[in-house]
Design a protein around this ligand. Structure first.
Ligand code: ADP
Ligand code: MG
Length: 461
């Protein structure tokens, strides 16, 4: 900003100097003309011609042109500065630009609303704000540390992203100051709202409302998610919370990854020392390396979650859903081992060194991702699931390999087009259904049983 100002100041000064130069010349010219009054008409004409010649020698025409151009540039810059539409990069407008229609979901930091744009048309057109949006409220009143770090991450990361399979953050707005005691208590007294393009459904609502997709429709959803995730990973971003309630669908059957509250930028350099928290991803979509305590993880954690989502779409069941009151007390890792087999030094070198390895079931489970467990799934489908749900992250399939896997390239039925996706009834609003409630309950349970507990509940004596 300052550099730009200095630049403009220098330009202003240069222009002033040049203007002074021109004015002097014109002053001289005027004086000459005054003297000319005494001279005869004929002589006057001659002198005038002479003067023009002289003037042309002193201020070359192109310099005058340059001055005028520069003047125009500075004037237009000034005009831009004074225009009513704020410059997006610096703007944080008011919540008053939107009118809330209804609640559509509940986030960890506040409610998500459907809202109508009622602000300036010029701004709307300039920045492509649609008529209807989703407002994600970030309540700050309960925050001891001021503004929640997850919301900050979400804003910073989403501001840089632009992809058809990533939900679009349109702007951030703030509420009017609250007339409560927050400011006296040293807290922020405004709520912040993230403005997103509106998405009609989330995948959690769709699955829990028994909307059934056929294999080619599942392939379409899966392929869109792979493209979105590939864009994130190519841009050094880990999502770390992939699950059906964070996958959004709109009327045009576009599929978009949302909720970047747990996302983070990662380093691709193998030398970088990485110490990331392993308290990420909702329990039943959490990769085994995270459960075992790995802090130096990377893109493979998102591929595991995507594998869980694909299996859930195919079977209508969450494979690793760990009920809090599970009598057998096997926990999520117990369920993972039962389906994918036990990790050991043979299939995962170094696994026994993890601090949580001692919680792994003693039984010698073998991988059961086969047509006995899933009689409705064919070999190719089972193969991609098996490769995504591979315990050892180093052996897990990559996104590039997924894109080349027969499941997406040659296997029948081929993936459908967006227009072949089922139309979800107008009256059905997946975002409002009990699904979100259950999800929230599950998350509360997860918070309670933080740490090792989700490796297995202690058996009742
Ligand atoms: P949290 O981090 O608290 O989980 P999310 O961003 O996942 O917050 O939002 C919570 C819920 O709100 C989502 O599961 C979804 O149902 C709904 N939601 C989020 N973003 C949108 C959107 N752009 N359009 C419509 N609904 C949305
Ligand atoms: Mg969410």
């Amino acid at each position: 900003m300052n550099e730009k100002n200095n630049d403009n100041n220098d330009k202003d000064k240069n222009l002033e100097k040049k203007e002074e130069k021109i004015n002097n010349i014109f002053d001289k010219k005027e004086k000459n003309e005054k003297n000319e009054k005494d001279i005869t008409n004929e002589k006057k004409e001659e002198d005038k011609n002479e003067n023009i010649k002289l003037n042309n020698n002193i201020i070359p025409l192109d310099e005058e042109k340059e001055i005028n151009e520069e003047k125009e540039k500075i004037d237009s810059n000034k005009k831009k500065k004074n225009r009513r539409v704020p410059i997006k990069d610096w703007a944080c407008r008011s919540l008053k630009e939107y009118q809330i229609i209804n609640e559509i979901g509940e986030g960890a930091y506040g409610i998500v609303y459907k809202a109508k744009y009622i602000g300036e048309k010029e701004y709307k057109n300039l920045y492509g704000i649609p008529d209807v949006v989703a407002l994600k409220q970030i309540k700050t009143e309960k925050e001891k540390e001021g503004f929640p770090i997850t919301a900050l991450r979400e804003i910073i990361i989403l501001k840089e992203l632009e992809h058809k399979n990533i939900v679009k953050l349109l702007e951030v707005v703030i509420s009017e100051p609250k007339k409560d005691k927050r400011i006296e208590e040293g807290k922020i007294n405004r709520d912040v709202y993230l403005v997103f393009e509106f998405m009609k459904h989330d995948l959690f609502g769709i699955i829990s409302n028994n909307i059934v997709y056929n294999l080619s429709q599942i392939k379409y959803i899966f392929h869109e998610l792979v493209l979105g995730l590939k864009y994130l990973h190519d841009n050094n971003i880990l999502h770390r919370d992939l699950k059906p309630s964070n996958i959004l669908l709109n009327d045009k059957n576009e599929i978009k990854i949302g909720d970047f509250g747990l996302a983070r930028i990662f380093s691709k350099s193998s030398n970088a020392i990485k110490r990331y928290t392993n308290r990420v991803v909702t329990t039943c979509y959490r990769a085994p390396e995270l459960i075992l305590g790995e802090t130096n993880y990377t893109t493979e954690v998102d591929i595991w979650s995507l594998g869980c989502i694909l299996l859930e779409l195919l079977t209508r069941k969450n494979a690793f859903y760990f009920k809090d009151d599970n009598e057998e007390g096997e926990g999520t890792f117990g369920l993972i081992c039962k389906l994918c087999g036990n990790p050991n030094e043979e299939n995962w070198k170094g696994v026994t060194q993890y601090k949580n390895y001692k919680f792994i079931p003693k039984e010698n489970y073998q991988c059961k991702i086969n047509n006995k467990t899933f009689p409705n799934l064919d070999e190719v489908t089972l193969d991609i699931i098996k490769k995504m749900l591979t315990l050892n992250p180093k052996k897990r399939i990559t996104l590039d390999e997924i894109l080349k896997h027969p499941f997406l390239t040659s296997h029948e039925p081929k993936m459908c087009k967006a227009e072949d996706m089922p139309k979800i009834e107008e009256s059905f609003n997946s975002l409002n259904h009990g699904g979100c409630e259950n999800e929230k309950k599950k998350e509360k349970i997860e918070m309670k049983i933080a740490g090792n507990d989700y490796l297995g509940k202690k058996k009742k004596k």
